[in-house]
Design a protein around this ligand. Structure first.
Ligand SMILES: Cc1cc2nc3c(=O)[nH]c(=O)nc-3n(C[C@H](O)[C@H](O)[C@H](O)COP(=O)(O)O)c2cc1C
Length: 391
């Protein structure tokens, strides 16, 4: 199978899985503890369905969506994922380019393996920056200044990593610091020649945005070690207030899941939330973002732009989220798998698959433009679900 044979996002996952060693695939795909959260994220979509409307003119379909004063070609973007260069060399910028070409946003991870300066060259109008706050706040303040000087449109502060999480796949695979590969893992890596050659030629990928803060002469492993002395940390509202003062443009918090936190964020002058459980990678028992969205919408929907991520695997999932009150959504693993599977072409393919699936469903449910999608199109599998979701 190659990229041209992939007809859906899961095909891209399967192709990506063939290119990378198991330890890398497990790092990307895995969750925490018993990995209940992964299924919960995807099940949240399956517990909802769409009621089609017919006898509607669907000869033109319009996915264009305006948020934070900018109009994008659809209502989804690419979520931040760290360490991409270790999965596919150059992958950060492949995703940035795919986003630029499709006119959708790309959020560069705070643990990216390209620099925000490079991203701003490649995708100046589509690249946002995600901040992992450092213990030494002057580093964070400097990163905010760099992003502001580059003219990036939005700063996304991830709030849901107060501690590193219990990712048992990584622990069993010896995937940590320092890397402890078993003989089986080494043999498995040898069987992925594309990945292996890359790794032998370049070694570990550099966390480019952190390079200047690490001691002089630090190599990629040293910068990684430095990063792990600075993150994770638990943020406080004082940090958010400070970031609000420093950051001149759109400020977004990623990982807020409760109404009280959402109200506090609105009070602090935050412009938008990405409701998220970090792709079920932090708290296995975390509720899915889709399930909490209606409560947050009722509490702060008029004051902030509500977006969400986690578990989107089909275009129809995007429409279900929009019908549930989200203004925009993001995808993590699916677009990443596209880049791993097929480089630039694979990243573009992932983005295109979602767009085409959305078009089919929009036509099928009689919704020629995304702005027309509302709760009237949405059904729950059970009344209990509906009651629980609305609280
Ligand atoms: C390999 C990987 C790395 C990630 N790295 C980050 C990160 O650096 N910063 C962040 O805020 N979220 C990170 N996330 C979480 C994503 O931004 C996003 O919340 C999640 O992937 C959405 O779920 P999905 O993968 O089901 O689409 C990462 C996710 C994955 C799979």
């Amino acid at each position: 199978m190659n990229i041209d044979d992939c007809i859906n996002l899961d095909d891209l996952r399967v192709l990506a899985k063939k290119r990378i060693p198991k330890i890398v695939y497990d790092f990307i795909e895995g969750g925490v503890d018993d990995e209940n959260g992964l299924a919960r994220n995807e099940d949240a979509f399956r517990r909802r369905s769409l009621a089609p409307r017919y006898m509607v003119d669907i000869s033109t379909l319009d996915q264009s969506t305006t948020i934070f004063g900018r109009t994008y070609s659809s209502a989804y973007g690419i979520a931040p994922t760290g360490g991409i260069g270790n999965f596919r060399r150059g992958g950060d910028l492949m995703l940035a380019k795919a986003a630029r070409d499709a006119n959708i946003p790309f959020i560069m991870s705070g643990a990216a393996t390209a620099s925000m300066e490079d991203m701003a060259r490649v995708a100046p109008d589509h690249g946002w920056y995600q901040l992992y706050t450092a213990k030494n706040r002057s580093i964070s303040e400097d990163q905010i200044r760099r992003a502001a000087d580059l003219g990036l449109h939005a700063l996304v502060v991830t709030v849901d990593v107060p501690v590193s999480s219990n990712r048992e796949r990584n622990r069993r695979n010896g995937f940590g610091r320092p890397l402890k590969l078993s003989l089986a893992s080494k043999l498995d890596a040898l069987r992925r020649p594309f990945w292996f050659k890359d790794y032998m030629r370049h070694g570990i990928a550099m966390l480019e945005n952190w390079r200047t803060y690490a001691p002089d002469g630090a190599d990629a492993a040293d910068v990684g070690d430095f990063f792990s002395t600075q993150c994770p940390i638990s943020l406080t509202w004082k940090d958010i207030e400070q970031f609000r003062k420093l950051w001149p443009r759109t400020l977004i918090l990623k990982g807020v899941m409760r109404t009280d936190d959402a109200i506090r964020a609105a009070d602090a002058g935050v412009d938008g939330l990405i409701v998220s459980n970090h792709g079920a990678r932090q708290l296995d028992r975390a509720v899915s973002a889709l399930d909490v969205l209606p409560r947050l919408d009722a509490a702060v929907g008029e004051r902030m732009t509500l977006m969400l991520d986690g578990g989107f695997r089909r275009g129809s999932d995007v429409l279900i989220a929009l019908a549930s009150g989200a203004k925009f959504v993001f995808m993590g693993r699916p677009t990443l798998y596209g880049a791993i599977a097929g480089g630039d072409a694979g990243a573009a393919k992932a983005v295109k698959i979602v767009r085409e699936e959305m078009n089919k469903v929009m036509a099928q449910i009689g919704c020629p433009s995304l702005g027309q999608l509302g709760p009237d199109a949405l059904y729950w599998d059970s009344d209990e679900d509906r009651r629980n979701t609305h609280g």
